[in-house]
Design a binder for this molecule. Structure first.
Ligand code: EPU
Length: 430
């Protein structure tokens, strides 16, 4: 069993560089099989486990993947032969369901086990299925465990999403890119990784317009070719460091970012009293006073991202006054508040709203990473708190944050990973 041990209370200072975007990578890696050619993908966060699992899944269906350097791979999809992906491969992460759209686009057929991933509330895929069916696929779900989708040929069609869904938008784009005719996705998600996926597909010869707006038009093309593509920086990793700088009353230059993607986060940090300076590809966040309160409602992009909600809650837990957070995307994203309460935070959760009464200081405690972003919040809380924090279940954090111990140590945070024996593990009795 591994844990992070943090001795908190030291402001973060210096420079940190953000890795490539996890959620863009998770869409772009399966998208590569739509070409029967070679793609080189750069600026990938190759050491996070979600990306490793996606690469393992590519190999499982027959792709050749070669590591070029610590952030680039070459994917040769010419020998991809299988359209079947078992539960062993999909159980680790949600995004494994992007192989349904990608395989459907490549073979007109996909048989993929239901995905795993962070539990943030029910995660239905009805909008994905609605999109596949609109394109002409016959979709069946067996025992809620396997999705089978098949079609002799896919035809472009209008698809109106009842809910703004990142996953459904990605999956429909993947299935539609080689369908005959025009697909129009209305009420599409506008997240930066949707635009990145569209740019990647267009670099392979696709014809996609409107990504980043709520209407995406995809004119099907017969074939896609290989390309070299560099993934955008991770908006949420950048935002996590921004909040960490403010919560520890530090001063960080966060490099390899697109400041435009960070506007909703910057605005809230400024409202709390932080100073935010934007440069071309970097952003500086500093804070030298106690944070002020502010209210936050999570919304699809360009609103405040749900994936930053637990992290900013740590700042608000230290604020002068009472703040409200309203979570409008996921129904179960406040579990981490129990852990923050162990550290001295004063938080009441009622359904989708958390009322946070700021305290002067948090104190270190043993806590748990309930999911990826909850884990990021625990790290920030541990860095800002007085004393020692131990974070368990860090595998969640390693799903989405690259070299987190090294990056934080380099900016003055006292964090290390320790291995310890699980007292309940009878196989570890020596
Ligand atoms: N929804 C439906 N039906 C569907 C699809 C979604 O009702 O068919 C609902 C969901 O239950 C949820 C809402 O729509 O209430 C939004 O879900 P969405 O599909 O947008 O989320 P996702 O694609 O499963 C991605 C990110 C999440 C992020 C959400 C929202 C990836 C791999 N995951 O999930 O990221 O929270 O969008 O922005 O891109 C994370 O990185 O920590 C993470 C959880």
């Amino acid at each position: 069993m591994e844990k992070y041990v943090i001795n908190g209370g030291t402001p973060l200072y210096g420079e940190v560089s953000v890795s490539g975007a996890k959620n863009a990578a998770l869409a772009i890696i399966p998208a590569a099989i739509l070409s029967q050619d070679i793609c080189v993908i750069e600026n990938l966060p190759l050491s996070i486990s979600d990306v490793r699992y996606m690469i393992a899944t590519l190999r499982h269906i027959g792709a050749d993947v070669r590591y070029i350097d610590k952030s680039s791979i070459e994917i040769d999809s010419r020998k991809v032969s299988s359209y079947v992906i078992s539960h062993d491969m999909t159980k680790h992460l949600r995004a494994s369901y992007y192989f349904i759209g990608a395989l459907l686009g490549r073979f007109g057929r996909a048989r993929v086990a239901m995905p795993g991933g962070c539990y943030l509330g029910p995660r239905p895929i009805d909008q994905h299925i609605k999109g596949f069916e609109a394109l002409g696929a016959k979709v069946s779900v067996e025992d809620n465990a396997i999705v089978e989708a098949l079609s002799e040929k896919l035809f472009g069609a209008p698809v109106y999403l009842d809910i703004v869904s990142v996953g459904a938008t990605v999956n429909i784009m993947l299935a539609a890119v080689k369908a005959e005719g025009m697909t129009i996705i209305e009420n599409a998600a506008k997240e930066p990784h949707i635009v990145d996926l569209a740019n990647f597909l267009n670099s392979m010869g696709a014809d996609i317009r409107g990504a980043g707006t709520d209407v995406i038009k995809i004119r099907g093309v017969e074939n896609l070719h290989g390309c070299t593509y560099s993934i955008i920086p991770d908006q949420i990793e950048a935002g996590t460091f921004m909040v960490a700088a403010a919560a520890t009353k530090g001063n960080l230059l966060i490099k390899n970012v697109i400041p435009k993607h960070l506007e909703s986060i910057s605005t809230k940090l400024v409202e709390c009293g932080a100073t935010v300076e934007e440069y071309d590809e970097a952003i500086r966040v500093s804070m030298d006073t106690r944070p002020g309160k502010c209210n936050i409602k999570t919304m699809p992009h360009p609103g405040f991202p749900t994936d930053m909600q637990p992290q900013i809650a740590v700042l608000l837990a230290l604020a002068d006054g009472t703040s409200l957070i309203s979570e409008s995307i996921w129904s179960n994203r406040f579990r981490y508040t129990e852990q923050l309460i162990r550290m001295g935070a004063k938080i009441n959760v009622d359904g989708q709203i958390a009322m946070i009464h700021g305290v002067e200081a948090l104190k270190g405690a043993p806590v748990r990473a309930d999911d990826l972003r909850a884990g990021a919040a625990m790290i920030i809380a541990g860095l800002a708190a007085q004393g020692r924090t131990e974070i368990e279940e860090i595998s969640h954090i390693r799903r989405g944050y690259e070299n987190v111990v090294e990056k934080i140590s380099n900016i003055g945070g006292d964090i290390r990973m320790v291995y310890c024996v699980d007292p309940l593990d009878i196989n570890d009795a020596g």
